[in-house]
Ligand binder design. Structure first.
Ligand code: ARG
Length: 460
């Protein structure tokens, strides 16, 4: 066994095979190669600007790094597990390419500030990509809301028919959630976008480095103020995972609704063949697998948050190898959230509400009972509690007769409350009910149309 060439100085022999296996991160942290190389180039240029290394060496280093980037881009780079991680794989290749100057790159830095820098850059890029994906998801929802601003469906509480609402209003509820998700990612981005580079192993460095310069070149807002914090902080990744877990949870709720809506018991929407699978044994089946998978994947994203919280809990400052476990959690959550968002956007674009079925369901379960109670309050000046009681008796009467509220005769209504007039019957229709809910934020089609306009403007 050969010793590791990066610290062979005091090591007589190399690691046990199992040590190498548990220690190596190259299998997953190779995803950081572009960030790692960008950070190394910035570092080399800064070292030259500060006359810590020769300008010619910095030029050889950056040219070599560009070549390595191209090799990895093209898939011709050979990653080696014995070199542990992306940082040492790149540096070893640099040595092969340019020789001695390669060894000067690691002046005034450590893998501890290096990996923290790389992961911050990676998370920052991912936040930007997810923001665009969330925006696309919002656009798809707003388009459905525009088409279905006055399409009636039942609104539920406890999954029991509550009051009629519009399908457009329901779509816009998810637009709001996605907006908050974007705001959470944006807030996480602010705290992610600070540079740990130059914190070195943990204590800073004796070389006259310029951390402002590297921070600026990498697009960071500035260098982190405390070197111990810089190498040991992973709360940026926790915030990212927190935002991701909440976002995935939102997607899982819509996914669950789509699963319910597609089932023959509801029949509220139809997904085209493009988003449906069949059964190998039951020819009649149309399964919403993508929605089911989005529902399930939210568990993975939440799991990633729990994993990293568990890794970080109780870790003494500063760096510990435990923190190498941050990456797979972050990558897996990001990948699965991106996939879920793409699938949900596709499904939202694809889904076709069944207006007849939704209207029929909206009329069941005495969904306009509240409208009658409100009428009693408005027209007869009854206290709401008494109006609620009267309406309850009327509902019981309709239930006993097996009819809808609007099918009761005026006489029947008056047998419960003599003050009721023909005017009350007009509030019992579904269209009158949703149109009346015009308070700010309510489901009335005119509100939905106004909100669609608001969001179209926001999403331009
Ligand atoms: N692969 C390591 C990680 O992901 C890089 C940092 C290693 N630092 C160290 N002191 N061993 O955390």
């Amino acid at each position: 066994m050969t010793t590791n060439r990066m610290w062979g100085g005091r090591f007589g022999r190399g690691p046990a095979a199992i040590m190498e296996e548990i220690n190596a991160s190259i299998a997953f942290d190779q995803r950081l190669y572009a960030q790692d190389i960008a950070a190394s180039k910035a570092h080399a240029r800064m070292l030259a600007a500060r006359q810590i290394i020769a300008k010619a060496d910095a030029e050889a280093i950056t040219a070599g790094l560009d070549r390595i980037k191209a090799e990895i881009d093209q898939g011709t780079f050979t990653f080696s597990r014995s070199l542990e991680d992306i940082h040492m794989n790149v540096e070893a290749r640099l040595k092969e390419l340019i020789g001695e100057p390669a060894g000067r790159l690691h002046t005034a830095r450590s893998r501890n500030d290096q990996v923290a820098t790389d992961l911050r850059l990676w998370v920052r890029d991912e936040i930007d990509a997810l923001d665009q994906a969330l925006k696309g998801f919002q656009v798809a929802l707003v388009n459905q809301a525009r088409t279905h601003a006055d399409t009636i469906m039942p609104g539920f509480t406890h999954l029991q028919t509550a009051q009629p609402i519009t399908f457009g209003h329901h779509m816009l509820a998810y637009v709001e959630m996605a907006a908050r998700d974007r705001a959470r990612f944006a807030a996480a981005r602010v705290r992610t976008n600070e540079s740990p580079l130059g914190a070195a192993a943990l204590a800073g460095t004796s070389f006259p480095i310029d951390r402002q310069q590297t921070a600026k070149e990498l697009g960071f807002a500035g260098p982190m103020r405390n070197s111990l914090d810089a190498v040991s902080a992973r709360d940026f990744a926790l915030e990212f995972l927190g935002a991701a877990a909440i976002c995935a949870t939102h997607l899982s709720r819509l996914a669950e609704e789509i699963v319910l809506w597609c089932s023959p018991g509801f029949k509220f929407v139809r997904l085209s063949d493009a988003f449906t699978t069949g059964s190998s044994i039951m020819p009649q089946k149309r399964n919403p697998d993508a929605a089911e998978l989005v529902r399930a994947k939210s568990a993975r994203v939440t799991g990633a948050l729990m994993t990293l919280l568990g890794v970080m809990k109780g870790l003494p400052l500063t760096y510990a190898k435990d923190m190498q476990e941050d990456k797979e959690a972050v990558f897996d959550a990001a990948d699965n959230l991106a996939l879920s968002l793409a699938a949900m956007t596709g499904m939202v674009e694809d889904l076709q509400p069944d207006e007849v079925a939704m209207r029929r369901a909206a009329g069941e379960g005495f969904s306009t009972a509240t409208d009658l109670a409100d009428w009693l309050v408005r027209a007869l000046k009854k206290p709401f509690r008494e109006a609620h009681h009267v309406t309850g008796r009327i509902v019981a009467m309709a239930e006993a007769r097996g009819c809808r509220l609007e099918e009761l005769s005026l006489k029947e209504l008056q047998s419960v409350e003599p003050g009721i007039t023909g005017d009350a019957l007009s509030v019992l229709s579904l269209d009158a009910s949703v149109a009346s809910r015009s308070s700010f934020g309510g489901t009335a089609p005119q509100n939905v149309k106004a909100q669609v306009e608001y969001w179209q403007e926001q999403l331009k």
